[in-house]
Design a protein around this ligand. Structure first.
Ligand SMILES: Nc1ccn([C@@H]2O[C@H](COP(=O)(O)O)[C@@H](O)[C@H]2O)c(=O)n1
Ligand SMILES: C[C@@]1(CO)OP(=O)(O)OP(=O)(O)OC[C@H]1O
Length: 167
């Protein structure tokens, strides 16, 4: 590896993992990855209930042991009611930048029985890539049904790899 400053030392990489889930209810909006998805039911939440942005934000915070989005935006605080989750992600990305890092790759699994998400995958991927300033092929989105094990919930798991801004 020598003294080449561009050499990628394994210890300079960070990894973060996050999860989120919300119950589904008729008359609520369904937000995923910063986009509103046409659906008969949406997430019951204090904010817009975007499980993908919540799990991603928690994964980014976890990479630096910075707590979780509930500590930054407590759901007991009325000022965060109806909060757009892109605001949460924006605040978290500021913290990531303050550590001298940026996202390098994201891998997300969204679990939802209905509606079908595959038709929205590319739009969600594109929006996440834009928010994270990443090429689209660095944002993987897997859509899964729960096989009717959790028909009344939307869930998400996210793994994120981070690299120093200096690379
Ligand atoms: N809400 C969803 C869930 C899944 N899909 C797509 O359906 C395929 C099969 O899903 P399984 O859970 O049975 O593995 C898979 O290709 C998913 O992309 C979907 O579009 N929307
Ligand atoms: C985002 C916050 C704050 O509005 O509330 P919710 O929308 O209920 O979502 P959750 O995933 O429980 O995350 C933490 C919260 O404090």
């Amino acid at each position: 590896m020598g003294n080449d400053p561009t050499t990628l030392l394994p210890t300079s990489l960070r990894i973060g993992y996050g999860e989120d889930s919300h119950p589904l209810e008729a008359g609520r909006e369904l937000w995923l990855g910063g986009l509103r998805i046409d659906s008969e039911r949406g997430a019951v939440a204090h904010s817009d209930g975007d499980v993908l942005l919540h799990a991603l934000s928690d994964a980014l915070l976890s990479a630096f042991a910075l707590g979780d989005i509930g500590s930054l935006f407590p759901d007991t605080d009325p000022q965060w009611r109806g909060l757009a989750s892109r605001v949460i992600l924006g605040a978290v990305l500021e913290q990531v930048r303050a550590q001298g890092y940026r996202a390098a790759q994201v891998s997300a699994v969204v679990m939802l029985d209905r509606p079908k998400l595959a038709p929205h995958r590319s739009a969600i991927q594109q929006n996440l890539a834009r928010l994270l300033e990443l090429p689209q092929d660095r944002v993987g989105i897997t859509c899964k049904t729960s096989e009717k094990l959790a028909p009344d919930h939307v869930q998400c798991r996210v793994l994120v790899l981070l690299e120093p801004q200096s690379l």
